[in-house]
Design a binder for this molecule. Structure first.
Ligand code: ADP
Ligand code: MG
Length: 252
């Protein structure tokens, strides 16, 4: 039985600066089910990150609605917003930049746990568990961001995201800055987490091959809209839109 974790309805984002307006996202609707890996694929500038930022409330929505486990979070603020943040976590392209360079990875990963009232010793234990879950060793807790590789740092960023035990993990180009072999290792880690923790994944990427590898379903975005939706086999085997065909041709 499926359970809808995320529902996005008619999402729209208009950026205004002075007299200039840009419609970055227009009429975007989709759902993500529990344990599903949903991919959003599209070229740079197609509106993928803007969608992610509206879901996580880093950006206000111009129009539309975001519902998380049945709760409307479109305009969530304060306490409601913090509650929503525990359910949705995001992993970004540049893991190094998402950690404070003057603090250890363990500090970064444990921050939300301490905020939830966990004691120092319990926090340390949980941080070490999370590091191991993400394929690192407990010693990584004492390292600084500049003392680890890009792949290791991304694993630490995933560990930090998991600390609050979210239901949905949004990865925005989370593997784009990594070497291909490291990319595949991170993909395998995400797949493992999806299975073991019942996580839903929203994989945002310009890389159709990567989405094909990991995702159960793919949405293709073009100029702010979803132009095509289907399983990887449907999208790649029988693309309906010209743009999707071009995307496929650019991969093979
Ligand atoms: P993607 O993540 O697919 O590369 P984005 O969502 O970052 O695309 O951007 C979609 C469009 O919105 C682009 O035209 C971009 O220039 C524009 N855009 C994104 N953020 C802003 C902003 N803060 N102000 C103005 N325009 C923006
Ligand atoms: Mg982006």
């Amino acid at each position: 039985m499926s359970e809808t974790i995320l529902q996005v309805e008619h999402l729209k984002k208009v950026f205004t600066s002075g007299k200039k307006t840009v419609t970055a996202v227009e009429d975007v609707s989709f759902t993500a089910e529990r344990r599903e890996c949903l991919g959003i694929v599209g070229e740079s500038g197609s509106g993928k990150s803007t969608v992610a930022k509206m879901i996580t409330r880093l950006l206000d929505t111009t129009e539309g609605r975001v519902t998380l486990q049945g709760e409307d979070i479109t305009h969530a603020k304060g306490k409601d917003l913090r509650k929503a943040y525990r359910k949705v976590q995001m992993v970004f392209q540049m893991p190094m930049e998402s950690f404070d360079p003057r603090r250890t990875l363990g500090d970064g990963i444990g921050e939300s746990l301490r905020n939830m009232g966990l004691r120092k010793k319990e926090t340390r234990k949980k941080v070490e568990e999370l590091l191991v879950t993400c394929g690192l060793t407990p010693e990584f807790a004492d390292r600084y961001p500049h003392e680890v590789s890009g792949g290791q740092c991304q694993r630490a960023a995933i560990a930090r995201a998991l600390a609050v035990d979210p239901v949905l993990l949004i990865c925005d180009e989370a593997t784009s800055a990594l070497d291909v072999t490291v990319q595949m290792q991170i993909v395998q880690l995400l797949r493992k987490l999806q299975k073991e923790r019942g996580l839903s994944l929203l994989m945002i990427t310009h890389d159709l091959a990567l989405a094909q590898e990991l995702c159960d379903r793919i949405l293709v975005m073009y100029h702010g809209r979803i132009i095509e939706e289907g399983t990887p086999d449907e999208i790649i085997g029988n693309p309906k839109e010209e743009y999707t065909k071009k995307l496929i041709d650019s991969v093979v």
